[in-house]
Design a protein around this ligand. Structure first.
Ligand code: ATP
Length: 514
């Protein structure tokens, strides 16, 4: 595991962001708990998403559907028959893998070779280097690119056809080895359904199989008409929901990137058939802007177009983020056609149609979905913001600090109120008064333990954008406090009212939503 990733995981635990679930019993694989700082950060992510989607769009409304749904829901959605991942075991290491991920990792290795060649050539040719031309003329690079395309095509075909024999042959042909044992001693590839099942009490003596929802979207689809009727929304309109989802993932080794219990923030946008490409582009752009608004640099975000479309989609792209282990899916934007509403209509026998006064006709709306994992967003924000920096200490010497440069809107604690020393009631009482006033407006901490420098470091480590220090001058002199900025380290003397105004303005969601 990459060093930076290890640091993120241990920092998350040490400062109360994320703990392994039921740790005293050795934990539960791919299940995690959010600690005091984690729950604040997660709530802030959810709140910013909710306000951007619901509050800022008068044609998007919210919903909170139950986790349990009638089992027929999952038949109609295709999850009972098709929500499978191809699974393969290595007989020497006894490790289990997703066969498609093994192949994708193999392709990524070839891509790394291409990137290496390109970097070398760029250095050699300097400013005159033309990457596109180089890739289309250099025989070695062309060979790599051809090979990648060939493997990708075979993978897509096998996945589309659900052909597990073809998948195994591809792994054998490419000589893919187990990263642990280094051998090619593989089992057959088998399909594995990712839904967790349980059962519903007792209906006339019969137990009924139930599933824990693997996505929140279906709760929106089955409520489509309820919501449309009660809100009198006209198409195009959307329904947004935040909630837990459960997947029995085959391999879950990347901290909170791939969990078995996780949270999704999904929005289904109901549109006229035939307008889906326009909305697909609109939501791709809108969602990408949302990510950038939080300060994530463009170079850490990219689109990845799906070649291998899910059974319900006619276009799909991921927004990928550069996690410490490479670019991976953070959010999906899917054009789901009328697949879901159409299937529910068919299986339930209930009409799920909309009368469009503009067209003067009834139809099953098409759907454009944006779906982001809250936990993945959390991990993206942790990895983006956790930094080590060399800064001058109070005596002007160089020192290293660990700082989480979270966007102030997401920061768990917005301001720390610190009396310069702890045993002076004049200072501590004044500081507590400021704390009592500020906590009415935003999440603050009062801290009097340890030297001031250490307290600043503690706040840096949890990403607190501002510290207010109360010192002797505050009491004797002008009532002014020192306001310290986490990122610039600037310290300025301001009145309490000024400090409050700066903190509230820069930490408020309005600063991003406007
Ligand atoms: P992947 O290909 O990584 O398994 P997916 O394509 O199955 O993801 P979707 O079904 O499109 O994912 O789910 C939408 C979003 O939900 C994803 O973009 C991701 O952020 C989040 N998500 C999906 N599965 C998990 C998981 N096991 N743990 C955490 N987040 C998840």
């Amino acid at each position: 595991m990459d060093d930076q990733f290890k640091k993120i995981i241990s920092h998350a635990k040490e400062y109360g962001f994320v703990y392994p679930s039921s740790e005293i019993y050795e934990g539960l694989s791919a299940v995690y708990d959010y600690g005091p700082m984690g729950v604040e950060l997660k709530n802030n992510i959810k709140s910013y998403w909710w306000k951007s989607m619901v509050q800022m769009h008068d044609n998007i409304v919210g919903l909170d559907a139950a986790i349990f749904m009638h089992p027929k829901t999952w038949k109609a959605s295709g999850h009972v028959d098709a929500f499978n991942d191809p699974m393969i075991d290595n007989k020497d290491s006894n490790k289990r893998y997703r066969a498609d991920v093994l192949v994708e990792d193999h392709i990524a290795k070839i891509e790394a070779k291409v990137n290496k060649e390109v970097a070398k050539a760029a250095k050699r040719f300097g400013d005159s280097f033309d990457e596109a031309q180089y890739k289309s003329t250099n025989p070695r690079v062309m060979g790599y690119l051809d090979k990648m395309q060939g493997i990708q095509d075979r993978l897509n075909e096998a996945m589309k056809a659900g052909d597990m024999t073809a998948m195994k042959t591809l792994i054998e042909d490419e000589g893919i080895v187990c990263p642990i044992s280094g051998t090619k001693n593989w089992t057959e590839v088998r399909q594995f359904n990712l839904m967790f099942s349980t059962q519903l009490g007792n209906i006339a003596g019969e137990e009924t199989a139930l599933y824990l929802r693997p996505e929140t979207a279906q709760g929106i689809f089955v409520n489509f008409l309820n919501v449309q009727k009660t809100t009198r929304q006209k198409i195009p309109f959307g329904i947004a929901q935040i909630g837990k989802a459960f997947r029995n993932e085959i391999v879950a080794r990347q901290f909170i990137f791939r969990m078995r219990e996780f949270e999704q923030m999904e929005m289904q946008f109901f549109i006229q058939p035939g307008t889906e490409m326009k909305w697909y582009e609109y939501w791709k752009e809108t969602r990408m802007k949302w990510h950038r608004s939080l300060g994530t640099p463009e170079s850490h975000l990219r689109f990845h177009k799906h070649e291998n479309l899910a059974h319900y989609a006619n276009a799909a792209a991921d927004i990928e983020f550069q996690f410490p282990f490479g670019f991976k899916e953070l959010e999906g934007i899917h054009s789901r056609t009328d697949f879901d509403l159409g299937s529910h209509q068919e299986l339930s026998g209930k009409k799920l149609q909309y009368f469009d006064p503009e067209l003067n006709e009834n139809y099953v709306p098409y759907v454009l979905e944006t779906s982001i994992g809250c936990d993945r967003m959390f991990l993206a924000m942790l990895s983006e913001s956790l930094q080590e920096e060399v800064v001058p200490d109070s005596k002007g010497n160089e020192t290293t600090r660990t700082v989480m440069k979270l966007h102030p809107v997401l920061a768990p604690v917005k301001a720390a109120i610190l009396p310069l020393v702890k045993n002076k009631p004049a200072l501590t009482e004044h500081a507590k008064k400021i704390f009592d006033e500020l906590k009415l407006y935003t999440n603050c901490q009062y801290d009097e333990k340890d030297a001031i420098g250490r307290r600043y470091r503690r706040q840096d480590a949890i990403g607190t954008p501002y510290c207010i220090t109360v010192d002797f001058e505050t009491i004797e002199d002008d009532g002014k406090v020192t306001l310290r900025d986490r990122d610039s380290l600037e310290q300025k003397r301001v009145t309490v009212a000024e400090a409050k105004a700066i903190i509230l303005e820069n930490c408020s969601e309005a600063s991003l939503l406007g």
